[in-house]
Design a protein around this ligand. Structure first.
Ligand code: PML
Length: 257
């Protein structure tokens, strides 16, 4: 599901006073059984219409049959860190990324994307050493798609997250997404700040450290946010994008460490 709102902006271009562009409001993805489709479509529509980023004027829901057997992956383990402010969050992220060899330029460029008022529809790709942004379309970004969780794993996850008092759709979906992203061998880390103004917990995820939730990563009411995937310098970018956007992946196991 993609929900957006169109907005006109005055331009300097001759004979064309206004340019219309789309503001991203909400997005959601999943792999489901045919019998669940109506329920899911209703839920996605409601989510788009009630979104804290505003009322969309366009909601696009695409339903596609998955023909390829999904690749099975494990869910990342979840930890919530202690963090009191966006400044502290930045220090934590800086330290963690430096420890795994991400350059200062790569980290600074990641924060530029995440702090920009112009939120992207998808994620940005940043090279680990040179810090160069390599996603082909800087407005659209990379949209991680075709991802889901098996019913037995979903139950185990709900039980585990309930015990941690964080069993929400937001956490479950972000965790499944981060698990798909970091399952690719060329992805070093993902950093995420929600672009919802009322959601102030973000995360950093790596294969080794798992999914590390960072409270107070931004201030309440702020609309900036997004996702950055930091990737190895010699990554085959087209093949990575194909994996993230097109290859069906399903979580079939939940780690309890
Ligand atoms: C989003 O998709 O809006 C980002 C969600 C971040 C979830 C962080 C968490 O609470 O674990």
């Amino acid at each position: 599901m993609r929900a957006s709102k169109s907005r006109s902006q005055k331009t300097e271009v001759r004979n064309q006073n206004f340019k219309t562009y789309e503001i991203h409001i909400s997005g959601a993805e999943g792999i489901y059984e045919e019998a669940e489709i109506l329920k899911i479509v209703k839920g996605y529509t409601k989510r788009a219409l009630d979104h804290p980023r505003g009322k969309p004027d366009k909601i696009v829901i695409t339903i596609e049959e998955i023909k390829q057997e999904p690749k099975k992956i494990q869910l990342l383990p979840v930890t919530t860190l202690r963090c009191k402010s966006p400044d502290e969050a930045k220090k934590i992220i800086f330290q963690m990324l430096s420890d795994i060899g991400v350059s200062k330029k790569g980290i600074n460029n990641s924060f530029k994307v995440l702090n920009s008022q112009k939120t992207m529809r998808g994620a940005s790709l940043i090279l680990k050493e040179s810090g160069i942004r390599v996603e082909p379309d800087k407005e659209r970004g990379i949209r991680v798609s075709r991802l889901g969780i098996e019913k037995s794993a979903e139950k185990a996850l709900a039980w585990k997250l309930s015990k941690m008092r964080i069993n929400t759709t937001t956490v479950r979906e972000a965790l499944i997404l981060a698990s798909k992203v970091t399952s690719h061998p060329d992805v070093t880390a993902e950093i995420c700040i929600s672009d919802d103004p009322d959601y102030t917990t973000g995360y950093i995820a790596t294969k080794k450290l798992g999914y590390l939730r960072i409270p107070n990563i931004k201030k309440y009411g702020e609309k900036h946010g997004g996702r950055v995937f930091i990737v190895k310098e010699d990554t085959d970018i087209d093949s990575l994008i194909h994996y993230l956007e097109k290859i069906p992946v399903i979580v079939s196991g939940v780690r309890f460490d």
